[in-house]
Design a protein around this ligand. Structure first.
Ligand code: KIV
Length: 263
């Protein structure tokens, strides 16, 4: 069994080895990922792939806590990050109050909040009160409605400079690592070089300090759409559907249950 990572060992991994983060929403999958992943993210993406909603915005704190409890139960040896859902960190005090609920009601090791420079003071407020914070910059899924879609960032000089300012500000504020999403690879690489905490990419190329993928995307279970950056390591949807179809065929032909599966 590998030793559970800590904020310190995660920070030390920068420039030593790339970090692997994966999402999980329940104990079943978390248990499978526990011995493999460096960090497990209970992402509010669960609102889409688990709850079938069109975006992450309607995920609630109670739902996030419920799923985080399940993931912590399944992956006791993993460093677990819980996403703070939309609307739960609109002020510094509200963020602290809600992050404390996450910490008190689950065994999460850290929370993740979306936003750059503008969230720096909030991150300091959380860190000063004992909450480890993972930042999230670039494409921010919780801003999908205000921005009118999922927009790749870092496409011009102004955006590139802003991303560097965002990353440096939240590092200075105390974030122990930062997720960077949907950013041109050359810009993400530059951001990684300009900070000293690990920058974990999703749709941000290979020049960063680690990668995160949504498990249901990389296992090919989520069929609604596949962003360009998602590599399907398994055709999960086909495997599952074939298995269920096989089961149905055997139920209908009475081949199941056979003697081996009967008391
Ligand atoms: O909610 C989530 O799964 C995330 C990842 C996309 C980084 O925030």
């Amino acid at each position: 069994m590998t030793k559970k990572l800590t904020v310190t060992s995660i920070q030390k991994a920068k420039n030593e080895r790339p970090l692997t983060m994966i999402t999980a929403y329940d104990a079943l999958f978390a248990k499978l990922f526990d011995p493999i992943a460096d960090m497990i993210l209970v992402g509010d993406s669960l609102n889409m792939s688990f709850a079938g909603k069109p975006d992450t915005l309607s995920a609630t704190l109670e739902q996030m806590i419920y799923h985080t409890q399940a993931v912590c139960q399944g992956a006791p040896n993993s460093f677990i990050i819980a996403d703070m859902p939309f609307g739960t960190y609109t002020t510094n005090d509200k963020a602290l109050e809600n992050a404390i609920k996450v910490f008190q009601q689950s065994a999460a090791d850290a929370v993740k909040i979306e936003g750059g420079e503008a969230k720096a003071a909030m991150i300091t407020h959380l860190v000063d009160n004992g909450i480890a914070v993972c930042g999230h910059i670039g494409l921010l899924p919780q801003s999908v409605r205000s921005e009118g879609g999922y927009k790749v960032k870092g496409k011009d000089e102004t955006q590139a400079r802003q991303l560097i300012r965002d990353a440096q500000a939240i590092e200075k504020a105390g974030a122990f690592c930062i997720v960077i999403e949907g950013v041109k690879a050359d810009v993400a690489t530059k951001v990684a070089q300009d900070i000293s905490v690990p920058l974990i990419g999703i749709g941000a190329g290979s020049g960063v300090d680690g990668q995160v993928l949504v498990f249901s995307d990389m296992l090919g279970l989520f069929e609604d759409f596949t962003p360009k950056f998602v590599k399907k390591y398994l055709d999960g949807a086909t495997l599952v559907k074939d298995a269920v179809l096989h089961y149905k065929t055997e139920v209908e032909s009475r081949a199941f249950p056979d003697e081996m599966h009967t008391y």
